[in-house]
Design a protein around this ligand. Sequence first.
Ligand SMILES: *Cc1c(COP(=O)(O)O)cnc(C)c1O
Length: 401
Amino acid sequence: MDERLLQVKTPAFVIDQEKLLNNLLILKEVQDDTGCRILLAQKCFSTYSLYELMGKYLAGTTASGIYEAKLGSIMGKENHVFSPAYKDEDMDELLKICDHIVFNSFSQWIHFKEKCLKAKMSRSIEFGLRINPECSTQEGHAIYDPCSPFSRMGITLKEFEKGVASYGLHGIDGLHFHTLCEQNADDLEITLNAVFDKFGKYLKEMKWLNIGGGHHITRKDYNISLLKKCIKMAQDDYGLNVILEPGEAVALDAGYMVSTVLDIVHNGIDIAIMDTSAACHMPDIIEMPYTPQIFGGRIADKDDFNNISFDSGNIESQKSHDQYLYRLAGPTCLAGDVIGDYILNSPLNVGDKVIFKDMAIYTMVKTNTFNGMPLPDIVNMTKDGPKTIRKFNYEDFKNRL
Ligand SMILES: *Cc1c(COP(=O)(O)O)cnc(C)c1O
């Protein structure tokens, strides 16, 4: 662990710039070797003070709507957008700042088509449709599966055929799919084959294929050579330019949440109340759900609770000497504001710091001020030490209400 993490005022998100750079180098190599373009999915990580650095390695950004598209302009590279549905007033602005606009239905495309083709006469801009390959490759995270039954994400083959029959594909430059979440290249290969089987005929008429995000490219066990093979297949067999838009892979493991123990209470086990909240600062812990890794300990499993007796309503932990079982929890009023149960290497005291790992992704973009919780500072850990990027105060809470 980098001892300098202990210097920051808590709670704080600390970005590990060196690790971010390592990820960017991996992604750059995939681009250089295959000729694909890789965009940052801003919904995962939008800390724009690092966009200049990221823009040296990535082709640009993708956005989920008007605000992210505006933020993407800060990188000053390719600016793509996809939204399940656009508003008329936003489209006028998107047509001025975006390079690719992807629609989720023929009805949205037809609604905006005239405006889009008009915009194309004065600047270079391309349009795409998101397809639903109806090929689920993920179990466990149903809320992150755009191929789940009755999903609103993307056009199914049946609807696509109806759309083509009614309107044709004039003005559409590419297709887009996004179906993966934290997955390896074997699932991409399965999905890609489903896409080719179902939509191959239409892909032959397209310039590009955007294969979305969810590719865990920078994870140690990721099969990069299979990813490259998949990209080459789309390029060689269908003559497509391939675009990827990962979020997680860009900033995977490239940040921490540094927090301080405020109090320790006891109810069967020791419970440390931290100055950070799962509900407010790391909501994916509850939403996904998952338990973050920490320095100086491990996540507790069922067996760790075996030596706790629950008889006669009296819950008591019989701690063995080297096992320090703690529940780490937030300071909000939500009973379920629990970060996780851990076995620590040493006992905790009030004032101690706890550092949660892999906290750059889907964190800063998802914070909220429920209970009037202060927002964590954002700090960039550079080679020269910690540099505070953003501090928040009472006004940030008040201004949202
Ligand atoms: C969420 C999302 C991404 C990024 O996904 P990651 O899992 O963070 O890689 C890319 N494209 C679209 C359309 C998305 O919804």
